[in-house]
Ligand binder design. Structure first.
Ligand code: F6P
Length: 336
């Protein structure tokens, strides 16, 4: 197979397919360089003294890992000076991060979850970085939170990396999903799968079953039916996987299909879900839809949600289209 680097792929998108403007190409290149740096850091593990808690909490009140903080810094520093951004927002920071005055500004907004699944770092299981790009609304010179509150359909690009046995980068520019693998010797990303397609049917589900008693009836119904297997109403046996690292679970779904669910539960009424709309649900929903899958809260398409806050949480049900539609149907039936 001809070796196509990320740079070459993006240049082709820019000149031949007119699918990516020059400053968006630069943005993606810079993000991919940050991802390479995070991958190197993650790979050092205990040798670099980077495991364990940072001793701080993030805006969500969750304990930050040292690597959460390091990955956040890497992304902020790399993306400040290139002239392609108007501002950034991170899951690890309370409000938007303005581009310092000394640097040129651009027209894009970058959002990221610097280290998703970070509870897995210390146990040496896959973690990742999720990102998404929006256009800064016209006439906005100093983007505040309001500039970021655009529905997922407005995303111009979304991607994520998985720091696993190999480091992979999944990318969509709104015309299909492509996967790149980091060549550690040569130090760059190489295209390894083009136009990823998720099978419409699946017999594999991912959910944190320990929350079952807190779920709403349609979700309990669906999971009970899957657990009933061949002799139950769905007439087939299902397999379960839960890595507790969304990037790894979604990568598996892109690879062989499946359904991923972090549904609404009644554990904490102030939180309608566990996952963040802007940093996790929206980028993943764009990628899943671009790969032929579906992404819903159970009640509405994730990409249609009009955000009300930067750190808003939502229920997430995504993956193989027919199974997601089944779950949406169960929610509809329960509300009739
Ligand atoms: O915060 C995100 C996250 O770590 C996801 O990557 C993952 O899917 C989920 O939380 C794991 O949740 P739990 O700890 O409930 O299994």
């Amino acid at each position: 197979m001809k070796r196509i680097t990320l740079t070459r792929f993006l240049i082709d998108e820019q000149y031949n397919r007119k699918a990516v403007p020059a400053d968006l190409r630069l943005l993606i290149e810079v993000v991919s360089r940050s991802i390479k740096a995070i991958s190197t850091t993650v790979g050092k593990g205990a040798l670099a003294g980077i495991l364990g808690d940072a001793g701080s909490g993030n805006i969500q009140g969750e304990a930050q890992k040292k690597l959460d903080v390091i990955a956040n810094e890497i992304l902020l520093e790399a993306n400040e000076w290139g002239g392609h951004l108007a501002a950034m927002a991170s899951e690890e920071m309370e409000g938007p991060h303005a581009i310092p005055h000394r640097f040129p500004k651009g027209e894009y907004l970058l959002l990221f979850d610097p280290l998703d699944g970070s509870s897995n770092i210390d146990v040496n299981t896959s973690v990742g970085t999720i990102f998404s790009v929006l256009r800064c609304p016209e006439g906005v010179n100093k983007p505040t939170e309001a500039a970021f509150l655009q529905p997922g359909t407005a995303q111009v690009c979304a991607g994520f990396a998985v720091y696993g046995p190999s480091t992979v980068l999944v990318l969509t520019l709104g015309a299909g999903v492509h996967t790149f693998t980091l060549d550690r010797e040569q130090g760059g990303f190489v295209l390894t799968q083009q136009h990823v397609k998720i099978p419409a049917d699946t017999q594999e589900f991912a959910i944190n079953m320990s929350n079952m008693r807190h779920w709403e009836p349609p979700m309990k119904r669906y999971v009970e039916e899957m657990l009933a297997g061949k002799t139950g109403p769905l007439g087939r046996d299902y397999n379960m996987r839960w890595i507790a690292s969304m990037v790894a679970d979604v990568f598996r779904i892109l690879t062989r299909g499946g359904i991923f669910m972090y549904p609404r539960d009644n554990k904490d009424p102030s939180k309608p879900g566990r996952l963040r709309l802007m940093y996790e649900a929206n980028p993943m929903a764009m990628i899943i839809e671009q790969a032929g899958g579906a992404a819903s809260t159970g009640r509405e398409r994730i990409l249609d949600i009009v955000p009300t806050a930067l750190h808003q949480r939502v229920p997430v049900i995504l993956g193989s289209k027919n199974e997601v539609e089944r779950v949406v149907g169960y929610h509809q039936a329960a509300s009739e």
